[in-house]
Design a protein around this ligand. Sequence first.
Ligand code: NAI
Length: 684
Amino acid sequence: MTTKSMKNWKLEHDDDGIAWLYLDKHDAGTNVLSGEVMEELDQALLEIVNQPPRALVILSAKESGFIAGADVTEFQNFDSEEAALEKIRYAHGIFNTLAGLSCPTIALIDGFCLGGGLELALACRYRIAVDDPATRLGLPEVRLGIHPGFGGTVRMIQTVGPLAGLDLILTGRSVSARAARRLGLVTYAVPRRHALRAAREVALSPPAVKPLSFFKTLPNLRFLRPLLARFLVKKVSAKAPRAHYPAPYAVIDLWVNDFDKPDRMLEKEAASVAGLIVGRTAQNLVRVFLLQEQLKARAKDSDYTVKHVHVIGAGVMGADIAAWCAFRGMTVTIQDRQHETLARAMGKASKLFKRRLKDRLLVQAAMDRLVPDLRGDGLKSADVVIEAIFEDVQVKQDLFKSIEDKVRPDTILATNTSSIPLAEIGKVLKDPARLIGLHFFNPVAKMPLVEVVHDKKTSAEYVSHGAAFTKAIGKLPLPVTSTPGFLVNRVLMPYLIEAVTLYAEGVPPVLIDRAATRFGMPMGPIELADTVGLDICLHVAEILAEHMDIEVPQRLKDMVSRGDLGKKSGRGFYVFKKGKPVKPTPDRRYVAPNDILDRLLCRYLNEAVACLHDKVVADADHLDAGMIFGTGFAPFRGGPMKYIETRGVDQLLLIMETLTEKHGERFKPHPAWRELKTNTEKQA
Ligand code: NAI
């Protein structure tokens, strides 16, 4: 046995002549293909080419995962398309060498195998995956605004055929080891205890590689490709318009035009990715990805752990928060005033577990972790108490006063209030420093963000614990100060109110929503208000109106008093059928005002600038992350502050001046735009 160690790789030759190439990225918990890792792989392969072993096995030496992909942080460093192309061509050269080796090559995959990691595995002749829930294989590049760039577009389609291959590339979804086996993406899916032996056996007696069936390769025929492509373009455009997300369309074009000539397709793949990677969409999506990592990292150094959560209030929010925490593995007691409410909450939780966990035993285990607790017995042992009762200061104060002595001295006391200042609730506590806000969004299971609210009296330690807890339940913690509406509701409200004002002026709701979705919002503001519930919107608007310069539209009040609450009552701005809004087509003769989008956006951006000025969040990055993960603000635009920078402060100020003249003072730019202007000028 001989061993050669590099900084990131280790190459071992065993007595059977098999070379085992381990990746253990230096100074990192996760393997990624950084520039340095690729250079060393290049060297290792050179050695293998010069002295071919009997077989080569590539595997990870990390505790978890094979390879997570390319090093995304390096995507921001390309200063030109040419520089990007040079790097990508270099990677192509390395993977082509791997694919061209005369000896059998095997990727042994245990855990995630994504992006560039899967492209490396695809350049091997065989792939063996450990059959475990942690093993996921996929090419998620489209989510970053690019497509596979290390030969993955060609090799994926060659390996599993165009239908399955393009589906994986265009959706960016990942599959389990077993699903990968069924697709033909891996040669074997084996239990962990057999993995090394399986790799050795394949190395010593490599099986013949079966060609794909005629049926699977059929759509690759030159005359069939354009037909399938048309169908694919239609499918993609329903979710990701070409103008905003060019990458999936580029993949379809590559396949249609060049699949017959793999070398040319590889060359074009490199050029296409180089163009995309320096483009605005990819740069913004990469930034969003890094912002997400930044929020997660807030809890990185904390060793705070939570085992038991006690939730008080089993209504809309409490029931979902409790179910989510139990789903994420915590013991949860849930308290309310009546058996019936608790029974309803348990029923809702059971639905969530069945939908997400599928396996009967896992569902049962999650149900066992969630305990209805009418008397509040869970209080004494809880690490975190989350209050989600009525939005009423007095009721909340009474509750916190009554529980303070029942919990341990180190228990976090958290409120899910969406509008009451912490100081108001904390007044009645002996130790207000331990009170934080954990502001979840509805629906809890879908919304990734939690605002971790603090004020002057809150101890920094509890804020950090709150962030660690949020991360432990798989959500993104965003620290915000305890100001009315915090960040997300405050920025969203003027935008929603403007939409209602437009509606009251007679603009068809479909056109208001269309303006927003064309800009890139996942849902228009009218449909959003209907989905959240008009009663909730009105409630938040009325509270915010006490502190902010917003006018609650009479139309909204009228609709709520009529009982038109949106989706939940079947009628709001839209009529809902089977939970979906019926959107009437506007009259053809109707001429829409040309400033719908400007009006919506300027209210949104103006409030974002005000929040930054009021230091509701630490900086522009946090603001962008909050609005993207809390409301889905067009991610390819990088968030509201990034959008202001891209569009230009001067241009937006000009638009706001025009809108102020035409529609009134609500469009007057917040004085902080001036600071922004100065900062942008300084940077320029
Ligand atoms: P809800 O009215 O659906 O539920 C409140 C629950 O609290 C009821 O089941 C009630 O029986 C229970 N409750 C009231 N007083 C209690 C007490 N002393 N002890 C035990 N249980 C008690 O209210 P929802 O919508 O779930 O809101 C709860 C909190 O979450 C509020 O502070 C609200 O502002 C906030 N929030 C609501 C959102 C939403 O979309 N509904 C979004 C984010 C925050």
